[in-house]
Ligand binder design. Structure first.
Ligand code: ATP
Length: 459
């Protein structure tokens, strides 16, 4: 986490600097939905590009897919989502708002420093804990709740040609099933040999009712997932490997390892051999950033059972037949975006006593790589020429409005790593001054040198 960061500061900066806006804002918004603005869209897209580069391009034997959001409803029976993808919810009898019992307990435990995990409790135990500790409704402050009930979190919609003949279908609550149902297609069409991976980045939808801490928990979000298909006796080795890869990826995009930690799941699904999360230290405390699961052969076996299609893999060397095991690594692009913003945010007091907010984003992730700033309006012709030249290499901004100090501050706040100023010497010798966002040091160089310097920082 950066210096002096709070959720309010992040939300305000995002709104004011074109990073993220409240969804449907002119209509009063819609709970747990957010729209990415020009800068935010660019940062998130760079996060996804870095992830894809690491987990597909640089991860041999991984194949990318882009599966449909709407799937045959039998998929959700096979995956178990129709029967049990639910959260323990209760209503406040006083103010009629709905809450997740597990979240209320988690927040209470964090505040009081208690070691309590609602994942290991039954609904009755959670109810008891809430009333014994007089945990209050976060909206009205009373402790008067209904009994806990389980609500399915899948969004339903319907398809059909006539009003009477409608079939219930679902918006996918996770991208993983798109990878599992394409196991046979990928294995055959790409002549893939176990161990191999299938990766996907795509939207998922969950009917989350808990206030979401900005983009931490939303009803529509993107997941970045890698499913590794392997032999059972190698699944432990790959589980450890993907834990390490997930960690290394976070470090490679600028995280301080002191703000990250592994957390093993206290309660495992009946089929899972092991499962853990990587948690990040958000301003509201350590919380899940991504999950890594050793899922056994549960997923492919269930699809074999429900689809009637054999999922047996035949080893081309030993002729052994088996259903591959799955090691899953799943991370939310939006939840990672929030962590990236919190990690980058810094407030600094400068030598001249002024203060600045600076987003110390990795240059790989920043929206603009370079801002082109003419020192005077009558230098704009040369500055435009340089802007066009640089724009064919990376995304740049052109800004001639306001004092140079104000222009630097604007770019510090969105994390532009380099600003170049164009002055009268530029007309003479073609050199510009390049300012480093973090050190604020300035160096004179030619445009060709700017191109190779910045390219080196983002490659
Ligand atoms: P949580 O316990 O926070 O609800 P989860 O354990 O249900 O998350 P998974 O089903 O394992 O999450 O999903 C994988 C990843 O997808 C999570 O680690 C997280 O990064 C992201 N994710 C899950 N739900 C949401 C959501 N509602 N909004 C944003 N990201 C999400």
């Amino acid at each position: 986490m950066g210096k002096n960061v709070t959720m309010d500061k992040i939300v305000n900066l995002c709104k004011g600097r074109g990073i993220i806006f409240a969804g449907s804002e002119i209509y009063g918004g819609m709970g747990n939905t957010w729209d990415y603005g020009p800068i935010g869209h660019e940062i998130k897209s760079n996060i996804k590009k870095q992830w894809w580069k690491t987990f597909v391009y640089q991860n041999r034997n991984t194949f990318g897919v882009d599966a449909a959001i709407l799937m045959n409803p039998r998929v959700w029976e096979a995956s178990g989502h129709t029967a049990s993808f639910s959260d323990p919810k209760m209503d406040c009898k006083e103010c009629k708002t709905r809450h997740r019992a597990d979240n209320l307990i988690e927040d209470y435990a964090k505040k009081k420093g208690l070691d309590v995990n609602p994942d290991t409790m039954t609904d009755e135990q959670m109810s008891e804990f809430i009333s014994e500790n007089q945990i209050k409704c976060p909206i009205c402050g009373k402790c008067n709740f209904t009994a806990i009930r389980q609500f399915n979190m899948m969004f339903e919609t319907s398809r059909g040609v006539t009003e009477e003949n409608q079939n219930k279908i679902y918006l996918r609550p996770e991208t993983a099933q798109g990878e599992f149902v394409n196991f046979l297609n990928i294995q055959r069409s790409m002549r893939a040999k176990v161990p191999f991976g299938i990766a996907q980045i795509g939207k998922a939808f969950r009917n989350e009712i808990t206030p979401g801490n900005f983009i931490f928990r939303t009803i529509e979000f993107e997941q970045m997932e890698h499913q590794l298909f392997c032999r059972e006796d190698e699944s432990g080795k790959f589980y450890d490997l993907y834990k390490q890869k997930a960690w290394d990826f976070l470090i490679s995009i600028g995280f301080d390892e002191n703000n990250l930690r592994f957390k093993d799941h206290d309660k495992l699904a009946h089929y899972a051999k092991s499962a853990c999360d990587i948690q990040y230290l958000y301003p509201f405390g350590f919380s899940e950033l991504n999950g890594i699961h050793n899922r056994g052969d549960h997923d492919l076996s269930r699809h074999e059972e429900f689809s009637g299609k054999s999922m047996l893999y035949v080893d081309p060397i030993t002729n052994e037949k088996f259903i591959p095991n799955v090691v899953e690594y799943s991370i939310g692009a939006d939840r990672l975006m929030l962590a990236v913003l919190c990690e980058a945010y810094n407030e600094e007091v400068l030598e001249n006593g002024e203060s600045r907010v600076v987003m110390k984003l990795s240059p790989k992730l920043s929206a603009y790589k370079v801002a082109v700033l003419p020192l005077q309006k009558n230098l704009s012709e040369k500055a435009n020429e340089i802007y066009s030249q640089l724009s064919s290499h990376f995304y740049c901004d052109y800004d001639e409005a306001g004092s140079i100090g104000k222009r630097y501050r604007r770019h510090d706040e969105i994390g532009t790593p380099y600003c170049i100023t164009i002055d009268f010497d530029t007309l003479e010798d073609g050199t510009v001054t390049l300012r480093d966002r973090d050190t604020m040091e300035q160096v004179r160089m030619t445009i060709d040198e700017v191109i190779s310097f910045v390219s080196g920082k983002i490659s």
